[in-house]
Design a protein around this ligand. Structure first.
Ligand code: UDP
Length: 238
């Protein structure tokens, strides 16, 4: 596979075209941002840990019969993925109250949310990723009712798979964000699942092993991501 020109560069990943029009290369970088890009930093090996965690979780989800954009790893930080038409909805799944939901509603941090809460945000930097409902998604033409219903089912299935996997590794999964795309007539899981897009808490100590360490200056980010990778990725080289 030949890496061609850059297609898109986001806050933490860069996407490249390849000589195969159906495949892209997604590179996980060491940069990170929070609070709508207002807080910025770099962390060594962060791209590596996130790429390895994402690859492991995409394989796990695919093994459970759910289609994903993941193809294979080109290098330690570069993933070959199917080129998909991204649906501009950030799907948030919440199992335990943390972050914005505790500010907007009377939920206490660490309160269990059973059944899980599923939320949709409009993926738009310009509008600040506002929360939407089905009617807004339909009116904006983001997805059809059938697609929204399938996304909901897939997100809850993925949640069950991930909660069990993390629990077996002494981790809690309070919440995470998913993105989906359209590819060859199917809805497929896309983007990443990593310490940047999930909250991971140590089950014993309750400590954050995710981007909250950066958001709220809770300590050493690289050490936290390394610990998450150590538990999630079998045989990772640290
Ligand atoms: N999240 C994300 N990208 C976003 C917004 C949220 O990956 O643009 C993830 C975030 O890492 C967390 C979950 O979605 O695991 C819920 O985030 P929340 O809405 O609480 O955001 P916060 O205000 O706490 O950053």
């Amino acid at each position: 596979m030949i890496k061609l020109d850059e297609l898109y560069s986001g806050k933490a990943k860069t996407v490249f075209r390849t000589d195969n029009p159906e495949k892209l290369i997604m590179e996980f970088r060491n940069s990170l941002t929070a609070f709508d890009g207002k807080k910025k930093s770099q962390a060594p090996k962060k791209g590596y840990y996130n790429a390895q965690i994402s690859a492991t979780l995409f394989r796990l989800i695919a093994n459970n019969g759910i289609k994903t954009h993941f193809d294979s790893m080109l290098s330690e930080t570069e993933m070959i993925v199917d080129s998909v038409d991204i649906i501009k909805i950030e799907v948030i799944v919440r199992n335990i109250a943390a972050g914005s939901i505790t500010k907007k509603y009377p939920f206490n941090t660490r309160e269990k949310l059973n059944p899980p809460i599923l939320l949709f945000d409009y993926k738009s930097d310009e509008y600040g990723d506002p929360m939407i409902n089905d009617d807004i998604a339909l009116a904006l033409g983001l997805a059809t009712m059938e697609e929204l219903s399938e996304i909901r089912t897939l997100a809850l299935m993925i949640n069950s798979i991930l909660v069990k996997y993390m629990n077996d590794r002494n981790l809690l999964l309070p919440d995470f964000k998913l993105e989906f795309g359209r590819c060859k007539g199917s809805i497929v899981l896309a983007d990443e699942i990593s310490c940047d897009t999930c909250r991971f808490w140590d089950k014993t100590t309750g400590k954050s092993l995710d981007k909250d360490v950066f958001r709220f200056d809770k300590g050493n980010l690289v050490a936290a991501y390394r610990e998450a990778a150590k538990r999630i990725v079998p045989a990772i080289s640290l």
